[in-house]
Ligand binder design. Structure first.
Ligand code: PLP
Length: 413
């Protein structure tokens, strides 16, 4: 068989405008190669051959757009970026090596010494350490406020505040922030709002619809969806990404591997149906947990008892997401911890791991793992007690999951 040449290239029809995000998740961001493949190609190449020295010079000088080196750009990574931008409704997206490197890219691109950040106290632990420790070393100051207290955000604003950062719902207590209210505070103060959208993914929540400027993703979670790769992305206005973030990307090497980009790209195709299935199961698990006598409290935005239930339903397309946390009943920290451990250790279906966003249900004890580095006082301020168990609901049968939890709860009688 003779291979088709560039001249015989199979043209892919342009997509019509106004497509639903479920269609974009499958179809957006796929330029055809000369081979006309129907599944996205994986371009495992570190560099790109240039036709001649003068063209190479123009391309390296950024006078002509073309791929030169995969730290700067790669076709598979670009496909993932275009698809994710379409799903988030942003004009741009940059794939990064991890969720944390997406946050680092945002901070390094946007901030300089003397700038101030207001951040929710309940964001991912590494985000707090990055802001407080690493960015602090370079003269960026951060104030941490309650996720749900809008007045506290307003009061924390200073003339040099450049960025507000939130995450909604939070891990592990599923606190929901009012994105529109925070966007308003940011914009009135001449700052920008970034929202970490890991827990909902664009299938359930689009922060820019409520006024956020940037959306952060750990591709490691629901975007991949099957627990295979570490990946991340920063979605936002293309002009800011190009002028502020691209230089950091190029010089700093926060680059996403093409292979991991490909895994996420294929994961995006099934994201919407997975999130619906995850959330439907999570709601059933949460309702079941709320009825168990050994359970003191269930944290799940899909339950009417959740303090921000109405807000969550409005922001998250009527869905509570896939993460449920619950407090077991007990007396004092040691007893609570022992009881939570018993429930976790009884699991024969759920995996004991702190990851989430996987088809495999995971169970963990936040106070001794993800939040284990906090002092007891910090943990109590955050509301993360020793009796708290986090349950990230996968795609197993609900009956098998509740039976798995029942095995543990029975031992607490
Ligand atoms: C996991 C996670 C991150 C970090 O992502 P990595 O891919 O592990 O770097 C950031 N934010 C949230 C909410 C997360 O759950």
């Amino acid at each position: 068989m003779s291979l088709p040449t560039e001249k015989k290239r199979l043209a892919r029809k342009a997509l019509p405008p106004g497509l639903h995000r479920d269609t974009l998740a499958v179809r957006e961001g796929m330029p055809a190669s000369q081979y006309g493949e129907n599944s996205e190609a994986l371009y495992l190449t570190s560099s790109y051959v240039q036709p001649d020295a003068a063209t190479a010079a123009r391309r390296f000088a950024e006078e002509e757009e073309a791929f030169t080196y995969s730290r700067f750009g790669n076709p598979t990574v670009m496909m993932m970026e275009r698809r994710l931008a379409a799903l988030e409704g942003t004009s741009g997206c940059m794939g990064t090596s991890s969720g944390m490197s997406a946050i680092l890219l945002l901070l390094m691109g946007l901030l300089k010494a003397g700038d101030h950040v207001v951040c929710s106290r309940s964001v991912f632990g590494s985000t707090i350490r990055l802001l407080q420790g690493e960015m602090g070393k370079f003269g960026v100051e951060s104030t941490f406020v309650s996720q749900t207290d809008v007045d506290a955000w307003r009061q924390a604003m200073r003339p040099n505040t450049r960025l507000l950062m939130a995450e909604s719902p939070t891990n592990p207590l599923t606190d929901v922030c009012d994105i529109a209210a925070l966007a308003d505070i940011a914009h009135r103060g001449g700052a920008l709002l970034a929202v970490d959208n890991c827990f909902c993914s664009p299938a359930l929540q689009n922060p820019v619809k409520f006024g956020a400027d940037f959306v952060l993703h750990s591709g490691t979670k629901y975007l991949d969806g099957q627990g295979r790769v570490i990946a991340g992305a920063l979605c936002g206005p293309e002009d800011i990404l190009q002028t502020r973030m691209l230089p950091v990307m190029k010089s700093g090497g926060l680059t996403l591997s093409p292979f991991n980009a490909w895994v996420v790209l294929k994961g995006l195709e099934t994201l919407s149906v997975r999130m619906q299935a995850h959330s439907a199961r999570a709601l059933q698990v949460a309702q079941w947990l709320a009825d168990q006598p050994q359970v003191a409290r269930v944290h799940y935005p899909g339950l009417a008892s959740h303090p921000q239930h109405a807000l969550a339903m409005a922001q998250q397309r009527g869905s509570g997401g896939a993460v449920v946390s619950f407090d077991v009943k007990g007396q004092g920290a040691d007893d609570l911890r022992a009881r939570a451990f018993r429930v976790i250790d009884a699991a024969q279906v759920a995996s004991i791991t702190t990851n989430l966003g996987d088809v495999k249900t995971t169970i963990c004890h936040p106070a001794s793992t993800s939040h284990g580095r906090l002092t007891e006082a910090q943990r109590q301020a955050a509301g993360i007690g020793q009796g708290l168990v986090r349950y990230a609901v996968g795609l197993e049968d609900v009956g098998d999951l509740t039976a798995d939890l029942q095995r543990g709860l029975e031992q607490l009688a």
